[in-house]
Ligand binder design. Sequence first.
Ligand code: ACO
Length: 489
Amino acid sequence: MVPAIGLPAQDREAPVESREWGPRRAPPMTLPGTGWCTTRVKGTFGMTTQQSTATSDPAATGTGETLTVADNRTGLSYEVPITDGTIRAMDLRQIKVGDDDFGLMTYDPAFMNTASCRSEITFLDGDRGILRYRGYPIEQLAEHSSFVEVAYLLVFGELPTQAQLDSWTEEIKGHTFVHENVKKFMEGFRYDAHPMGMLQASVGALSTFYPEAKDIADEEIRHRQIVRLIGKMPTLGAWAFRHTTGRPYVYPKKELSYAGNFLSMLFAMSIVGYEADPRIERALDILLILHADHEQNCSTSAVRSVGSSQVDPYSAVAAGVSALYGPLHGGANEAVLRMLNRIGTTENIPDFIEGVKAGKERLMGFGHRVYKNFDPRATIIKKACDDVFEVTGVNPKLAIAVELEKIALADDYFVSRKLYPNVDFYSGLIYEALGMPVEMFPVLFAIGRTPGWVAQWREMITDKEQKISRPRQVYIGPDERDYVPMAKR
Ligand code: ACO
């Protein structure tokens, strides 16, 4: 017998062994606007073996697997199609207690169990630590590909031919320059402005330079903005950094690679030339690849959600940068470095861990909403750390991070909650070794994530099922009440 879900055992009705039962007999009802079939069956309470057998019969609706939902308020039973392991939340709206009932909704704060789109871009299996872009394992891309190639893959769905890659690279390089006025508003920021705030504001401001971007229905115009965004993000990020350090802005150089050009715009002095060590350049390229997409994370959802209003992509990506700025998302690598600085020496780790376990603070760079065994990106980054430290010398904080990881992974608090190092635990150490101040860490993340944002934005815009993003709520405020004049309050 299948037990009734959500009721304490003593409150459950006795199972009904024989009942007028007939999902297969009742005519399927097509739900308005969805094209999905739901069968509505009267007179079933609780769930019985009979029912569960009936629901697994594809003939019940003609659409494959189904789920039977018994509404114990009305005694009605509903059959809902299952596709790709999901049911449509809108199908549940047919479940009502009366004609004036709005219908059943799902309540899912923080979208813990809600798929908001069908996507072909990134596959992620958190339990098995798998991350693939367009089917290609992240480990293979990090080893063999380049960031620019990965950007092509994410946006267009296939690895490019040599000719396609050459032309894509040229296009991106051709769009690394920004309007001279960008320099002027960069100068308007306070001397100690956070570069992520500057990036967010300046990427949003790009929409004012390219009014054509509003025409999101035109594929050619969309393409141009995608190229511009991937091309200009490093320039904006580097200039934000130069502003905070009071150095003159360095213009992009076409002869350099994507990562090499970014490093040059960050660190070159106007007279003395700058040439990045190829190992550093490659390590940065790998870091960008690792951050390029991560399906429906907070910032990507922000891009999709804001973009669903059909605003231009610069405004949508500015929303993504804002979401990424938060310490629970892209700000985590910055928080990790601050945490390691605060811990100071390995002797202080046990005290720090006790504080985390007592709920005083979080172990930054640990835990992930989706990865519950390991974050494959963290494994690759750990190796990149070695490559970078070979050039720069070992960052002394590495010893603290390694010891922290060792102690945490042996502690039941972290093990039982499936908290493992995420991509941000070691990336900050590399960024610091590259000479970046902590404020620049989320900026690097944003540059890396841009191809993912624009690929997801493009997919969303061309997805006929998508509409303006607009969740429902459960209202728990006061009932209607009369306005109280000031004197009577
Ligand atoms: N340190 C200590 N405890 C933690 C941590 C952490 N880093 N992360 C989660 N927990 C604990 C919570 O306190 C909670 O414990 P409880 O069940 O006793 O209340 C439990 O683990 C579950 O935590 P949730 O917050 O429910 O997990 P959620 O999936 O919502 O959060 C998140 C995921 C935000 C990443 C979280 O693990 C966290 O805050 N980590 C630190 C910040 C961080 O590194 N963020 C980067 C994420 S990766 C990225 O954005 C690229």
